[in-house]
Design a protein around this ligand. Sequence first.
Ligand SMILES: CN1c2c(nc(N)[nH]c2=O)NC[C@@H]1CNc1ccc(C(=O)N[C@@H](CCC(=O)N[C@@H](CCC(=O)N[C@@H](CCC(=O)O)C(=O)O)C(=O)O)C(=O)O)cc1
Ligand SMILES: N[C@@H](CCS)C(=O)O
Ligand SMILES: [Zn+2]
Length: 779
Amino acid sequence: MTHDATRLPTTILGYPRIGPRRELKKALEALWAGRASVEETEAAAAELRARTRRRLNALGLPAHDASIPSASSYYDQVLDAAVAVGAVPARFADVVGADGRVDLQGYSTIARGRGEDAPLEMTKWFDSNYHYLVPEIGPDTAFRLADDRAVREFAEGLADGFLTRPVLVGPVTFLLLSKPADGAPAGFAPLSRLADLVPVYAELLRALAAAGATWVQLDEPALVSDVLTADTAAVAAAVRQAYGALTAVEGRPSLLVAAPYGDLGEFLPVLAGTDVEALALDLVRGAVPAGPVPGLETKAVLGGVVDGHNVWRADLAAALAKLEALRPLARSVAAGTSTSLLHVPHDTADEPQLPERLRGWLAFADQKVAEVVALAAALEDPAGAAGALQASAQARRDRLGAEGVVVPAVRERLGGLSAADFARSDYAVRRAAQDGVLDLPPLPTTTIGSFPQTAEIRRARAAWAKGELPDDGYTAAMRAEIDRVIALQEELGLDVLVHGEPERNDMVQYFAELLDGFAVTANGWVQSYGSRCVRPPILWGDVTRPAPMTVDWSTYAASRTAKPVKGMLTGPVTILAWSFVRDDQPLGDTARQVALALRDEIADLEAAGIGIIQVDEPALRELLPLKAADQPAYLDWSVGSFRLATSGAADTTQVHTHLCYSEFGEVIGAIDGLDADVTSIEAARSRMEVVPEIAAAGFARGIGPGVYDIHSPRVPSAEEVEELVRLAAASIPERNLWINPDCGLKTRGYAETEASLRNLIAATRAVRASRVQEGAAAH
Ligand SMILES: CN1c2c(nc(N)[nH]c2=O)NC[C@@H]1CNc1ccc(C(=O)N[C@@H](CCC(=O)N[C@@H](CCC(=O)N[C@@H](CCC(=O)O)C(=O)O)C(=O)O)C(=O)O)cc1
Ligand SMILES: N[C@@H](CCS)C(=O)O
Ligand SMILES: [Zn+2]
């Protein structure tokens, strides 16, 4: 087929990489555990890539016109870009081989760290539950084409009979997502290195062209984020500079610049003004331009009308209408997805246990590819596509009318809420009440909830799920683990204990399994980071709580100790953020339904004698809209739903919350608005960066900035922890300061957990003792 740069093929921006049965996860973890060689791991990954090409072809994406993306990764696409351009931090210089390349072992080391060498920082990828690794760029980072994996994988496809479309993180987004390397001068912006980086991309484009690539996709999602593009003029200049240079590369492939996760806003005319051949627009989060955009009439445009973020079947008629509206504005229009399909599971056919009616409402990645193909056919021949359009409309009607989607009792309860249901007494009143009943030392110590999820626990859960382990055997196994966790915490000398969450497969899925209105999948794995996956539940109907969800586990744990045991719940915003949510009502309404279920759980925990209850909201920041204009409304409903969940608690009940996995600077006002008595927040990894900000914001309740980074197996010394405690104590009054790790310990092993917590306690005791001495000296 001859290449036509004026028309895009029908395509998707990316496809799940982990494999329908998590083949890549298993291959990587075997390598890391020393059970497989690099060659075996690479062979497993190559087989998965080959299967993916065939699958996409069978679903209707042609093999020979660059329809099929070549977008695999062994860990993360941003790390891939860093390795490709030679941006390996100095502490990992030794993993670069004599040939200048980083092999899979070295690549894994950069991703996962080793000994004292911390891995690249991990952070949220836009408003998704995927996490990328943050490149470290300094004034001296020596950019060079260090890795040509994109070329090799393109060639692999070609040899296999598929002319694919390589997908790379674009140069502007790469630098906007990077952070200054250690030692960079104050105020250094990685974007200032664009002129040095672009020639490497140019070289890569030449190599891809030489290998036969006709189209290359460069992902520039940073351009839809108000925060990343705050310096609009500088970013616009960067876009012009980068794409001016890349389009001038002689003999290059045609370029598709993709802008998933939102509306390009003022960057649309900037990109349209460059000489790239094609743009991919997110028409699910963003809108069809209201009128002509200078330059767009020269571009092939991929209309991202099939939602890459959610699992409902598309409304094909509405999607087609958007594509038709786009037609007069562009040179040509093709159908596509709004984002990569990385965020959805592979195939609804892998879920035979789901009720058939529900399954009929869903589109996972494979079904979405079929939707894109159907839309492409409809663009050519609307009459011929009438059947597909009608079927999609019927599926939506069936969903919206199904029993359980609207539960009158839930609607009545929500309708009857008043301001009083969102507010507790003044903090001073609560504080006095809690101080009266809780006998806590200064600088109280606690953990965030989970203890290591051992292989035995996972095996017991798997056996129970398969019916091989009866209920009482499973309960006994989990209780034995609770006994161990309680005994360990007592021995360590922690003040507020947890039950350890052994019964939870995941902090959201666990609750979804126990609430009505949710469905859970058997194989619906979605990559969260590296080899780690989650199975987001599907929130399809009004939410109710048929029975208490955590009371038995918490009361069992409390019965094993005289110390206070903290009840442990996941908050409404996080439950929504990590589920596929219904799209037929505002998110705030759905959040309030979940909040009411949690409110009832809190009442039951209190009635059972649990006096401290933590409601985790690690995803509060994740759902923050990328556009500043949309943020106030979000913060209003998200904070409101947390308050609705927690404000039924008695004054004497100490409500904790916990936040992690994000930078929280932007939402400190909202964290204050949650009105929790104690907030634990990730801080160790950034060496307490957030603490002065919290103090400056006037946050005057309990606060536990994490003093132990749980993301790596490294055991911090007592001295290190003590230093962080003292840093925190410099900004936070002692009566409000709690000592805890950054996050839960579920991904850690027992050996490092025990050693780290021991050091955390020793550090706390040292600070307590010196404070007592200082106090005595002052008198
Ligand atoms: C805090 N984080 C979370 C996010 N999203 C969530 N929904 N949950 C989170 O906790 N987003 C932000 C971060 C991301 N962090 C993580 C951290 C760790 C994981 C992780 O470890 N995932 C596990 C899967 C967890 C799970 O669901 N386990 C189940 C099933 C276990 C399983 O695979 N069983 C095997 C059989 C086991 C055996 O026989 O030994 C099987 O089914 O084949 C369970 O424990 O029951 C992972 O393995 O990737 C994710 C996100
Ligand atoms: N309570 C949870 C919070 C994780 S964000 C845990 O400890 O794993
Ligand atoms: Zn956490």
